[in-house]
Design a binder for this molecule. Structure first.
Ligand code: GLC
Length: 415
């Protein structure tokens, strides 16, 4: 079987790391299958896919299409009209791109297309002519994105099946898309040998240009892309409430990745907030890191502070696999990953004071940290080890390709 993957980003956000995990697992499960990737941007995703032996092609978006996005809720009717006008303005460029994309897909003649990003879901079905069945993989909620929801709903019949990264995302997709196509959950899975308690440990203070702290420091980290809703500000505000606990240090790990306008925080803005709150020497910023496992191992506590329900929350699972205690909002898909009190602790979403309380509690209780970490590793091994992923994907693809084959032969018989 030949599978063609589509990605809007060439960087390594959660969805793209999942894509690499899927490719690697499928190669193990089905060594004779041929995998190819078309990405709209060059970057580490493309390089890492190529290193796996996947055929890669970069087909850059026109700039207007790359910038377009509705991930940030727009306030008021005027902003909605402005977005609609910009959408209309990019329609021509988008159509042209989708024609090129169809041609590239046709050249490779795959049995199935797996689209991994929202823009690609649309651009992958717009082109004319016969096309292989396409699977949309949803890594995010649709309903908070009015335009994307409408657009995807209008072409849902061209999609053969939808995969969602959690039940919560699946239920939301069913509300937006209706009964057809079929939406099923495929939980992400990770390499539990890489994300494990043993292995290299990053020197976070050196990475962040901070003085080494006194012995007994507790290192607390928020590991995330810079998406505006990942809760960086809540984390900084919680750290400000812990100013007197001088042994607690905060680290913001990750850097900006995406081109969509207004979708991200910048490190400079976050640094300014930290400075304004007098936290220059207490919060470090690493920027993008290539090996998050070594960074996770350097932390005593991992905070997940998204300010809206998290579709899945890969970092929660990665931290658990490294036997690190996690404090999470446990809202949305994130709630499906953990058992609060057993392998993670929670706090009220959007409440820095509650987060500070939890950090204080865990910072002062090494036994609790150890117990949560050990249980987290067990959960990660039992539910999120990527050994299961190749088989699950292959079965999903075979179902879709089989159905598409049946439909084609029915059509042929009807002629
Ligand atoms: C997106 C989601 C995140 C998830 C990742 C992988 O980035 O926002 O919750 O972990 O995709 O599915």
């Amino acid at each position: 079987m030949r599978i063609q993957y589509l990605s809007a980003s060439g960087g390594l956000g959660g969805a793209e790391v999942c894509l690499l995990d899927m490719m690697a697992s499928l190669q193990k499960e089905k060594p004779d299958w041929k995998l190819a990737l078309i990405a709209a941007q060059d970057g580490p995703l493309v390089q890492k896919a190529a290193a796996l032996g996947v055929r890669t092609e970069v087909l850059p978006f026109p700039a207007a299409v790359a910038r377009l996005g509705d991930s940030k809720p727009s306030n008021g009717a005027l902003a909605q009209v402005a977005l609609a006008a910009r959408l209309a303005g990019t329609a021509f460029a988008a159509r042209k791109y989708s024609r090129k994309l169809s041609q590239s897909i046709r050249d490779d003649a795959p049995d199935l297309v797996h689209s991994n990003s929202l823009k690609m879901h649309l651009l992958g079905v717009w082109g004319k002519g016969p096309r292989p069945p396409i699977v949309w993989h949803l890594h995010d909620y649709l309903s908070p994105r009015p335009f994307m929801s409408k657009a995807l709903r209008s072409c849902r019949r061209r999609c053969a099946a939808v995969l969602a990264n959690s039940d919560s995302v699946r239920d939301d997709a069913r509300l937006v898309l209706g009964d057809s196509p079929d939406v099923t959950t495929l939980y992400n899975a990770i390499d539990v040998n890489e994300f494990s308690p043993e292995g290299p440990v990053a020197d976070l203070d050196r990475m962040c240009n901070l003085h080494p702290p006194a012995a007994g420091a507790i290192r607390v980290g928020l590991v995330a892309t810079m998406a505006w809703w990942k809760g960086h500000r809540d984390f900084i505000r919680a750290m400000a409430l812990l100013k007197n606990e001088e042994n607690i240090r905060g680290y913001i790990i990750g850097g900006p990745l995406y081109d969509s306008e207004g979708s991200q925080e910048s490190i400079e803005q976050l640094r300014a907030l930290a400075a304004q709150l007098g936290l220059q020497s207490r919060i470090g910023f690493t920027g993008f890191v290539d090996q998050p496992s070594s960074v996770l191992r350097a932390l005593d506590l991992v905070v997940h502070a998204a300010t809206r329900p998290e579709p899945f929350g890969r970092v929660i699972v990665e931290a658990m696999a490294c036997a690190k205690p996690v404090i999470t909002t446990a809202a949305g898909g994130a709630a499906e990953l953990v058992t609060i009190g057993h392998d993670a602790m929670d706090f009220r979403m959007g409440d820095p004071a509650h987060l500070a309380e939890r950090i204080r509690e865990l910072a002062g209780d090494p036994n609790l940290r150890e117990r949560l970490g050990a249980a987290g590793r067990k959960t990660a091994l039992a539910r999120f080890a990527r050994e299961r992923l190749g088989g699950q994907l292959a079965a999903a693809y075979q179902r879709v390709a089989g159905k598409a084959g049946d439909e084609m032969s029915r059509e042929r018989m009807a002629v």
